[in-house]
Design a protein. Structure first.
Lengths: 243, 407
């Protein structure tokens, strides 16, 4: 027991040391205190609201077809229809969000993603978007497979559970992490299948999927995905296709 | 004269289209008859229709409403001619979709010009089996040719030509009316901006065909049926009533029947140990059956259910529904109701997927309801919100394209 605690302590120090030398040599209590003090500062460096949308807009070719899974009230599709003249189609389960889509003239298919993609034809869209949704699905691998059956390319974004902040929160507080990207308690979270960037990359390798491009949010700043981002990235976005 | 129930908007209510009057148009003559899908022709063809609201100068605000199996052109308001035309049942109730169509309602007659016509072969003013065949001077009865949903839609298009309406803002229908709306989007893609299909699929299931078969059997085996030649004498009333009773069961669902009637006895606490009306549900069905007999023609029931049986939207794609849907150029909204077992959600979803698979944008909504197939008429609030939003949404620049070829 003591040994395990020591190991965890060392791990924490090492990771924190790597991220920020200020943490090196601190005790667990001191690290927790420092983290709490830094909480306020972190608020200021939150990722831009809907940071994925600008990347997706840049990523998508004008005039292409886009299926947005879990499209919510259709904000992204509306943007893409206007800016990129895409043929947009949303899928959303929430009745109120569906009504907002209809009100805004966004075609929306009311369905549960875990069940509702089978009816869409192979290669029927240029892009299929799964934004901040994969971790909420009952059958994430089935849906990811469907994304690349229905679409030529997939665009997938999710909160990275491998981010050092998440690791520290769990490691030191001993409680399910509550962070900016994961603002829920264990009992009310929609995130039932949390994953790390590395978990996702492992899947792409096993499933024969190519990662064309990746983006990360690090300390509130959006940048290209880097080699160490399983540790650094708070949120990630990947553009994938069948290899 | 008419006793208006407080739950209806009275003729003088600002939410009612007020007093209405059916209009007639002779669209085909004996010399230039209407050619039907079955190969036969019928003429003259007269159509009864109603309109509400005002057609705009640019004629871009017309909405065509399509009625269901036993419906008519009297969608909203109060029929001024009800007594005169012997349609006394209309004195107690406004048109069949008065909750949705009217000033300020979901289909807003302040904004839209609303048209609805009675289908060919029915019995509410449009030529049908009870009409006189000019060649014999007798009612057509069952010499009236078999009609299809395709025929109905072509006839509606002809009516719109006469009314000077080229492109419709929308076609809207539920159940058999929903299938007509779909047929519109397939047969006249360039004439429909928006298409709303409520509680309807691309085709009727085997179970649905079965219900219709039993309905027709009970009519055609009524002792008074006489091969359909019953005009002027007592008609196949019990057969028609039984058909309607069965149909009403299919319009509800187990939950709805349970909550509406349960196993309650009718006006009694103990059974009479007899074969009369014992249960509430029996009383309800009996009432529905006998009141239907007073307002519907059995031969029309045979023809209209047959049209429902034959319809398959996939015919436009030689059996491939997705291919058929490639014809579509309208914005499509398909609405299903969770407890509907006549056109259940999975069949409505199949249609919606075919539209999406054809590279056409589609809106599909599954309304949670315990009212069964009837929900499309009963869930006024939810249906109104959907209709209002869909009909008033700015028409986005719909991009349609064929799906990418495999590989």
């Amino acid at each position: 027991m003591h040994k395990a605690k020591r190991l965890l302590h060392e791990l924490g120090k090492n990771i924190y040391g790597q991220i920020d030398p200020a943490f090196t040599g601190l005790t667990v209590d001191q690290v927790v205190e420092l983290m709490q003090r830094r909480g306020a500062a972190e608020e200021a460096s939150a990722p831009p609201e809907r940071w994925q949308d600008a990347i997706i807009e840049a990523e998508i070719e004008a005039g292409s077809s886009v299926l947005d899974l879990g499209c919510g009230t259709g904000t992204l599709l509306e943007r893409l229809i206007q800016a990129k003249q895409v043929r947009g189609q949303g899928v959303e389960v929430d009745a109120e969000a569906v009504l907002t889509c209809i009100h805004n003239g966004i075609p929306v298919f009311q369905a549960n993603l875990d069940a509702g993609l089978a009816g869409f034809g192979d290669n029927s869209f240029d892009y299929v978007i799964l934004e901040e949704t994969v971790q909420t699905l009952h059958y994430p691998l089935k849906v990811l497979g469907e994304v690349l059956r229905v679409g030529r390319r997939g665009i997938v974004s999710f909160p990275n559970f491998g981010c050092w902040k998440v690791r520290m929160d769990l490691g030191f507080r001993g409680r399910m992490p509550v962070t900016q990207g994961l603002p829920y308690n264990w009992y009310d979270t929609p995130n039932i299948h949390l994953l790390t960037l590395q978990d996702f990359l492992d899947w792409t390798e096993q499933a024969g999927v190519r990662v064309l491009r990746g983006y990360a949010v690090v300390q509130g700043v959006v940048r290209d995905l880097g080699a160490q981002d399983n540790l650094y990235a708070e949120e990630v976005l990947l553009v994938i296709e069948r290899a | 004269m008419s006793t208006t129930s407080p739950k209806h908007d009275a003729p003088d209510s600002p939410a009612s289209v007020g007093w209405t009057q059916g209009q007639k148009a002779e669209l085909f003559t004996a010399h230039s008859p209407f050619k039907l899908d079955c190969g036969e022709s019928v003429g003259p063809v007269e159509v009864e229709y109603e309109t509400y609201g005002t057609l705009s100068a640019t004629k871009d605000n017309a909405i065509l409403i399509l009625h269901a199996l036993s419906g008519d052109a009297h969608v909203a308001g109060w029929d001024r001619q009800a007594q005169h035309d012997g349609r006394t049942w209309r004195q107690r109730k406004p048109g069949w979709w008065d909750t949705v169509v009217g000033p300020g309602k979901a289909i807003d007659t302040n904004r839209y010009f609303v048209v609805c016509s009675n289908v060919l072969g029915s019995c509410y003013g449009t030529t049908g089996p009870a009409s006189t065949n000019p060649k014999t001077d007798k009612p057509y009865a069952l010499t009236f040719p078999i009609v299809t949903i395709g025929d109905w839609v072509r006839l509606q298009a002809r009516l719109l030509d006469v009314l000077g309406i080229g492109k419709l803002h929308a076609v809207v229908g539920g159940s058999l009316g929903g299938q007509q709306a779909l047929e519109w989007a397939l047969a006249y893609p360039e004439r429909v901006n928006k298409c709303v299909i409520l509680a309807a699929a691309a085709r009727l299931s085997a179970q649905g065909l079965g219900f219709n078969a039993v309905s027709r059997f009970s009519i055609m085996h009524d002792a008074n049926f006489n091969g359909g030649n019953y005009y002027g004498s007592e008609g196949p009333d019990s057969g028609l009533a039984a058909a309607r009773m069965l149909a009403h069961i299919t319009y509800l669902c187990e939950d709805a029947m349970h909550s509406k009637f349960g196993r309650r006895l009718r006006n009694k606490t103990k059974p009479d140990f007899g074969l009369g009306v014992e249960f509430e549900v029996e009383s309800y069905l009996n009432y529905q059956g006998s009141s239907f007999v007073r307002r519907f023609d059995a031969n029309s029931y045979l023809l209209v259910t047959r049209a429902m049986d034959y319809y398959d939207a996939a015919d436009w794609g030689d059996g491939d529904l997705t291919r058929a849907c490639q014809r579509i150029q309208s914005e499509m909204m398909v609405v299903s109701f969770s407890s509907d077992w006549l056109y259940p959600p999975n069949e409505c979803r199949e249609l919606s997927h075919a539209i999406a698979g054809a590279g056409r944008p589609v809106t599909y909504v599954e309304v949670q309801s315990g009212y069964g197939h009837d929900a499309f008429l009963v869930e006024t609030q939810q249906v109104s919100r959907l209709l209002h939003s869909f009909l008033s949404a700015r028409t986005s620049d719909i991009k349609t394209e064929a799906p990418h070829a495999q590989g």
